[in-house]
Write a protein that binds this ligand. Structure first.
Ligand SMILES: [Zn+2]
Length: 169
């Protein structure tokens, strides 16, 4: 069994789009749409064995207890921190594994095959690329990656109340 199989999978409430993106950035399976109805989310949680993450206590109560996760933080980075701590995921981060747009899995792609889609600077400075198996979006370890690394380092260091994530977006 692949180690990724034992990772919890999530479905995010409609207000948690930023958290969904952060989770995908770290390689976690995070289903999200901004037009899901409560009943759809509960259905998907049960049938796909996903943890339903929400800040809505009512929705939490409609969800089987073992699949419900109430998040108290309001700010996306704090929400991520809360979730990673709750499920002990800080050491199970797997960047460049999931598409930020559609949640599908990425795979390495030869630079030559996607050369025509790259900006001149990206072409010049980067050699390693990944592509979404569903929507085709291309990823590389550019400035976005550096910011994410800084964020993960921040999470792994003892976080005190005064410290802030290195990136807000
Ligand atoms: Zn995609």
């Amino acid at each position: 069994m692949n180690s990724a199989d034992s990772l919890p999978r999530f479905i995010l409430d409609v207000h948690l789009g930023k958290l969904a993106r952060l989770l995908r950035m770290l390689g976690f399976d995070a289903l999200y749409r901004n037009d899901y109805k409560d009943s759809e989310m509960v259905y998907l949680a049960m049938h796909q064995r996903r943890i339903l993450v929400t800040r809505d206590r009512e929705l939490c109560q409609k969800t089987p207890k073992h699949l419900a996760c109430f998040i108290s933080a309001a700010e996306p980075y704090r929400q991520l921190e809360e979730l990673l701590n709750n499920y002990n995921l800080l050491n199970r981060i797997h960047p460049f594994h999931r598409c930020l747009i559609c949640n599908a899995v990425l795979q390495p792609v030869e630079k030559q095959a996607i050369l025509h889609r790259l900006e001149p600077k990206t072409k010049r400075y980067y050699q390693e690329f990944y592509q979404c198996t569903h929507c085709g979006k291309i990823y590389w370890k550019g400035s976005h990656y550096e910011r994410m690394k800084a964020f993960i380092d921040w999470l792994r260091q003892g976080r005190d109340e005064q410290s802030h994530p290195p990136e807000k977006n």
